[in-house]
Design a binder for this molecule. Structure first.
Ligand code: NAP
Length: 253
């Protein structure tokens, strides 16, 4: 039987592949027969991801996405060696939990650069002639916080909402080149980032109350990886400009 999620013959660039959701997505894509270019800043943690992957032909491409102007040329350099990409997953991101009163221009701009400007420049690089195969897709990791309000995370929420708005309009620009772009919007998934955010902002009681807001409990990285793979593979052929909410029912209430 043909597996519609099979990604044989495609090279997918995954940012944030050194940790959490990006790592799990890279591992899943390798199990679906994709070749994966793993990116993050920590070569050591990218090597750890690589050691958990299936198949051959993967590569490690350490890069600091805060060097936003250099992103399109970085993609060009990778594709000069690998051939055109068959997908892009942008999982790299940072979370800040600061109330609006504590916001400074420097902190806002730093967060927006890592979470939003990097995404825009990745898409710019991906759509350059010769950098992506026709029909291939981009998945940006937004958050349910970009859709539903929650105190203390307004600046992070703004960055994640920006990705949703960007993907809708960019989808219309990319369609002419036969490329697709979508977001995945998870609620709390048990990763390093979620653990750090919880430790900074919540008591044990508050953490348990947060879990109760997820009718299906907190998510696992694989839950989100499955959604990204579905959007990237042939199963997502007719899907663009949308956001797939993967939140255990958090936003259903
Ligand atoms: N976990 C959740 O509950 C949850 C919920 C909703 C949305 N999300 C979103 O999902 C994405 C992944 O979250 P996660 O939980 O997997 O986070 P994580 O475990 O903290 O991983 C973050 C990743 O981003 C990379 N990164 C950060 N800054 C970078 C930079 N300047 N240049 C290159 N890479 C950079 C890190 O790599 P290095 O440290 O190696 O640079 C790491 O691989 C994020 O965009 C997050 O907003 C997560």
């Amino acid at each position: 039987m043909v597996n519609p999620l099979d990604m044989q013959g495609r090279m997918v660039l995954v940012t944030g592949a050194s940790s959490g959701l990006g790592r799990e997505t890279a591992i899943l894509l390798s199990e679906l027969n994709a070749r994966v270019a793993l990116s993050g800043r920590s070569r050591e943690r990218l090597e750890e991801t690589l050691s958990q992957m299936s198949g051959e032909g993967h590569r490690i491409e350490p890069f600091d996405l805060n060097e936003t102007d250099a992103i399109p040329d970085w993609i060009k350099r990778i594709t000069a060696e690998t051939g055109p990409l068959g997908g892009l997953v942008h999982s790299a991101g940072v979370v800040t939990t600061i109330p609006v009163q504590a916001a400074t221009t420097a902190r806002i701009e730093s967060l927006m650069r890592t979470n939003v400007t990097s995404a825009i420049m990745l898409v710019k690089g991906f759509r350059r002639p010769g950098c992506a195969l026709g029909g291939s897709g981009i998945v940006l990791f937004s958050s349910v916080m970009g859709i539903i309000g929650s105190p203390g995370v307004s600046i992070y929420a703004a960055s994640k909402a920006a990705l949703i708005g960007f993907a809708r309009s960019a989808a219309l620009e990319l369609a002419a080149s036969g490329l697709r772009i979508n977001c995945v919007a998870p609620a709390v998934v048990e990763t390093e980032m979620a653990r750090r955010a919880a430790e900074m902002t919540q008591t044990q009681e508050q953490h348990e109350a947060m879990e109760r807001l997820h009718p299906l409990g907190f998510g696992r990285p694989r839950d989100v990886a499955h959604a990204a793979a579905f959007l990237l593979a042939g199963t997502g052929r007719w899907i663009t400009g949308t956001t797939l909410v993967v939140d255990g029912g958090y936003s259903a209430a």
